[in-house]
Design a protein around this ligand. Structure first.
Ligand code: C5P
Length: 400
């Protein structure tokens, strides 16, 4: 994918703050990833963080002096609490303890790092790391909600084994995941000013008021595409079948049930959009004469008559001033053969194909993009990473 997948943070200036948690050791690896990608990393540690990892380690990895003290005599005029963040593009606190989140949520500033947070002008991201009970406590949840409302980006935490021996939510994200999040923060706004319409999730075709035909699509890939489009600067509408997913920040979501509902929701909005990305797993058929009352059990066979659903993507692609259309194809075999045939049949410029058994319901996927130039393999990665790569490809095709 060329530039899109090249992990460059050349010239980006990061202030990395560490607070006192076992996960501090992961921040050494994170520093290494940032430096390898060309970033300028200035490390600030709380007193407690220095109990977990030595400043010397971070100094060696970042190639710069590490700061811990509000009264550091190396900074002129005792202005360390302001100076150290002024030239930064972004501040990241990883690990962020429950205590530290509480402090910055409430504007407390009694050490160098918390003072830098309140005096900053740049973006702030935090990667919480704590015991499962500490994370789920009402106080921490309240503080996290306050931070989000203040525009702080909260990365993770993840679920899994914890240093204390317990298992659950509270582990800091892995260095690679935090690195990927920062990459997206630095991503050029490739779709700025573009309006993107995305379909996601399964459709549900009613049989009667309590039964229906659906499929196992989780909606994760479509939601990731919507999120990546917002990150790329687009105005995004998501037409979604039933899922239990949280709407990505900044996305307008319209909930639908059946394929025909989805078609209507798409057709009323598609004329105002520049890009249409059909990720939904749309049912091919609906039940003819769905009953308005619950069907009673009988002794004999029951036959359902199915009629074809509209092909939303093909219909959009046929419009006189069609937006740039992207299709998804989940196959269980012969991926390449079926995918190119599908792209041509639907007359769309770009199709992303995956093997259904490797994708449905999972957090990772592997995609192959098919366009008029051939195929481009996107190796297995979290769906959000693939979504960003897909949109970089779309942006490149739009520029052509
Ligand atoms: O089901 P099929 O493999 O043809 O789906 C390929 C693409 O077409 C997907 O992007 C899907 O969202 C879209 N599609 C659609 N309406 C349908 C069936 C599929 O928009 N009725």
């Amino acid at each position: 994918m060329g530039a899109a997948s090249m992990a460059s943070m050349q010239g980006k200036r990061i202030l990395l703050g560490l607070t006192g948690g076992v996960a501090a050791y992961k921040s050494a690896e994170l520093t290494r990833l940032f430096i390898k990608a060309g970033a300028d990393v200035r490390v600030v540690m709380t007193e407690a963080a220095t109990r977990f990892i030595g400043p010397v380690t971070l100094q060696a990895l970042s190639g710069q002096a590490v700061y811990t003290d509000l009264w550091d005599p190396r900074i002129a005029d005792n202005m360390a609490h302001i100076e150290l963040s002024r030239d930064r593009d972004l501040m990241l606190v990883a690990p962020a303890t429950a205590d530290f989140l509480a402090k910055i949520a409430n504007g407390l500033a009694d050490d160098l790092l918390s003072t830098l947070c309140i005096a900053r002008r740049c973006l702030l991201l935090v990667a919480p790391a704590m015991n499962v009970e500490m994370w789920s406590s009402p106080a921490t949840q309240r503080n996290v909600a306050l931070l989000r409302a203040d525009g702080v980006t909260v990365l993770g935490p993840a679920a899994g084994d914890q240093a204390c021996g317990e298992t659950g939510m509270g582990r800091m994200l892995e260095p690679e995941q935090i690195f990927a999040e920062l990459m997206s923060q630095f991503a050029p706004r490739l779709l700025r000013g573009k309006r993107v319409l995305v379909t996601a999730g399964p459709t549900f075709e009613p049989i009667d008021p309590v039964r229906g035909i659906t499929n196992i699509s989780s909606g994760k890939m479509g939601y990731a595409v919507a999120q990546a489009a917002v990150e790329a600067g687009a105005e995004v509408t998501l037409v979604s079948g039933g899922t239990s997913l949280v709407t990505p920040a900044g996305v307008t979501r319209i909930d639908v049930q059946s394929a025909r509902d989805m078609r209507d929701a798409v057709m009323t909005r598609v004329k105002k959009c520049d890009v249409f990305i059909a990720v939904a797993a749309v049912a091919d058929y609906h039940v003819v004469g769905a009953k308005s009352q619950k069907i009673k059990r009988g002794d004999g066979n029951l036959t359902l008559e199915l009629a074809p659903n509209p092909d939303i993507l093909a219909e959009v692609a046929k419009l006189p001033r069609a937006p740039f259309c992207v299709g998804f194809a989940a196959e269980t075999e012969k991926l390449h053969e079926y995918a190119q045939a599908k792209r041509k049949k639907k007359k769309i410029p770009l199709l992303a194909a995956n093997l259904a058994q490797h994708a449905f319901g999972q957090d990772t996927n592997a995609l192959t993009l098919f366009d008029d130039k051939g195929e481009h393999v996107l190796p297995r990665a979290p769906k959000i990473v693939l979504a960003r790569q897909l949109l970089a490809h779309v942006a490149a095709m739009l520029r052509r």
